[in-house]
Structure formats: structure tokens, C-alpha cells
Design a binder for this molecule. Sequence first.
Ligand SMILES: Cc1cc2nc3c(=O)[nH]c(=O)nc-3n(C[C@H](O)[C@H](O)[C@H](O)COP(=O)(O)OP(=O)(O)OC[C@H]3O[C@@H](n4cnc5c(N)ncnc54)[C@H](O)[C@@H]3O)c2cc1C
Length: 381
Amino acid sequence: MTEHIAIVGGGTGGTVLANNLAEELGAELDAGEIAITLFNDGPDHVYKPVWLYVAFGQREPADGRRPLRELVDDRVDIRQDYVYDIHHERRQLELVDAIEPVEYDKLVIATGSQLDPERVPGLVEGGHHFYGEDGAQALRDELLTLEGGHIVLSVVGTPHMCPAAPLEFVFMVDDWLRERGRRDDVDVTYTYPIMRVHGNEHIAEWARPRLEERDIGIETMFNAESVDPDAETITSMEGTELDYDLLVAIPPHTGSDLIETAGLGDGGWVDVDQHTLEATGFEDIYAIGDAAQTGVPKAGSAAHYQANVVGQRIASEVRGQPATAVYGGKTICFIETGMDDATFVEFDYENPPEPSEPTQAMHWSKLAYNESYWLTARGLL
Ligand SMILES: Cc1cc2nc3c(=O)[nH]c(=O)nc-3n(C[C@H](O)[C@H](O)[C@H](O)COP(=O)(O)OP(=O)(O)OC[C@H]3O[C@@H](n4cnc5c(N)ncnc54)[C@H](O)[C@@H]3O)c2cc1C
């Protein structure tokens, strides 16, 4: 009988996993002993890091999109549909556009994060962001016309994708304004919801003096409660009110509704064993990437490493061998520290990040990584 491996989500984690499984289990696929299906609610794979550069006019949204079919091994079936429920006792998936449920033997959830700006009154009307294609384009247009005033970057909720991206934005906007002779006319403030400027204390310690050097105002313990788009103010639960001319807000995030509906975890995040990535309390279900509650940041690099681990584990299980591969928390991140330089961090569950001295070479490495991403997604790097 053919064993069916179902992957829900064709972003970084799901795509790398589909290609990894096709490679690891090529012989079994060719013999018809297994089948792999990748379910995604759209036809394209989206590479989100491009959006940071869209905001500064350096990339277009199309640079971050490729048809999934071009990236995924031909032997993997791609189904464009939204999976809205999982009956784990019967091992079935419910799809929006299919009348019959789909059976699976092994299931991997790779459904990523979604934005939920409606949670903060006034944010949709008053705020801009670079966490989506349209948002990044609208922000680019605002930046181009801003002659003076106050840019407030507010990290409204955590967890959010790429915890370093808000810092990257303020470092980059500082350079961008200086290059245009506008920095003296524009104040920049960065707000963060806890007592430091980043969730990770090592990155926070490294970043704070760099923000201060660049004369970027800092407001910590700022949990945005509401935005008044007419008055152009953002108010925190702690009672601080900031005036803005351009509000760049990292909106609250949530996971896919599927996860709540299927009872796999709260807030759209799947409870997993942080080493095996198995969903807690569910047999033959794994979760990877942003959807998995591992404790590491919601980063594409983490999704990539997790996909490789789950690929090896499933390959072992299919062959009747013990699954020994484990995820040690490995995450890497290039952090732009301006328009022309960047730092790099690598960390895991045991070893904290230690940002290196920013260099121009690291900035070029980040851009090269972004270009070579399409090979990474194909499983070639
Ligand atoms: C501006 C920005 C900059 C970033 N920069 C970096 C960076 O420099 N480095 C880094 O490592 N990470 C970065 N990230 C984070 C990175 O993009 C995410 O962590 C990564 O995409 C997570 O991969 P994933 O596979 O978990 O989810 P995603 O890539 O989000 O893919 C999830 C897919 O599942 C689909 N889906 C969801 N629910 C369902 C369903 N029920 N049925 C069918 N399909 C479904 C979605 O439509 C999507 O296609 C950045 C993110 C942003 C927004």
C-alpha cells in the first residue's frame, strides 16, 4: 500500500521539506511505495525577506515570488487548496475545495504566520508596515514623500516573524534619510513591548548603543493599545502617547486558523517537542517553521533546518528504522545595520547569539543569500 505524506504549507519550511523528502525517499517514490502531497492555499512560494527592501525601493514584490511548481520536485503532488481541519483519529484532512477528505499517514504542518492588525484599534487605518507585499509598497511611497516629522517604528506584538527586521528597518531608514539630506528634519523612535529593545538579551545589549549612536529614540515597555489615525498618535497600555507623522508598526501575528480548529495548539502555534518537532499528544504529526512552538525565533533559517530534521525522521520511519535526527535550535540571521553593512548571528538552544562587528562584506553576504534562496528552497544548497 502507498504511504501518503502530507505537508500543509508551501512556504520555506514546507518547500524545503518536500524537496528533502523527494531526495531522501526517491527510490520509494519511484516505486510507488510512498506519495508526497504539498498543500498550499496559493500557487506561489513567497520569500518574505524581500519586503524589507521593497520598502526602500530596492526590490519589487515580484522578486519574492515564484510558482511553487518551479521549485518543487516533479514527483511531489502540489494541491492548491486551504486545509481547514484535521481529523487526527481518522488521519484525514478537510479541504475547502474538495468534497471528500484526504487521507494521510504522516502529516507535517508548515503553515507559517499571518498578520492580525485588527487586534489594535486604529492600527489598520493609521499604521504602515513592511510585513506584506502591499504594505511594503505603500510604505515605500510614504517614505518617498516624507520631508520631515516623526517616524515611529512600533513592535506591537510578539512573537512576530524575523525579530531582527524592526531593528534593521530603523538602522536602514536612518542611513536612507541621511543619504537624502533629510535626517535632521526627521526624528526616528523605536518602541518595544518589554524592558529591552529586543526579545533576546544578547541582541538587545548589542543593539541599544547602536540605536543611541544613530540618535534613534527608544521607548521600551511600550505595548500599543490603540492608534488614533486622525490625531496621528499611538498610545501604549502603560499610558505613553507618541505623536507620529509616519507610523511603521509590526502588526500582531497569529498562526493559521487550522491549528486552533484542529486543536493542535493555542494562537495558531502547534505545541511540539522542541527536539523531535512532533506535535505534542498527536501521533504522526510534525510541525516546523513559524507554526511550531519551539522557542526559537520565527525565521526562515530555522524553518529550513527543521525541515531537514523532519525529512530525515520521516525517511527513517518510512524505512522502519528508528528516527534519530533531532533539531538543536540552530538559527542563523544576517542583520542589516544600515544601507551598506550588516552583522551575522548563529545560535541554538545551548549557545546564545553573539553579533559580529558589522561589515560591508556581511551586507553583501545577506544580499547574496537572498539571491541564492531559490536554490535553497529547491534543496540544492
Ligand atoms: C519582512 C520580513 C523579513 C524577514 N527576514 C528574514 C530573514 O532575513 N531571515 C530569516 O530567516 N527569516 C526572515 N523572515 C521570516 C521568514 O520569512 C519566516 O520565518 C518564514 O517564511 C517561515 O517559514 P514557514 O514555512 O514556517 O512559513 P511561510 O513561509 O509563511 O509559509 C506558510 C505557507 O502556508 C500557507 N498556509 C497557511 N495556512 C494554510 C492552510 N491552512 N492550508 C494551506 N496552506 C496554508 C501560507 O499561505 C504560506 O504559503 C522575514 C519575514 C518578514 C515578514
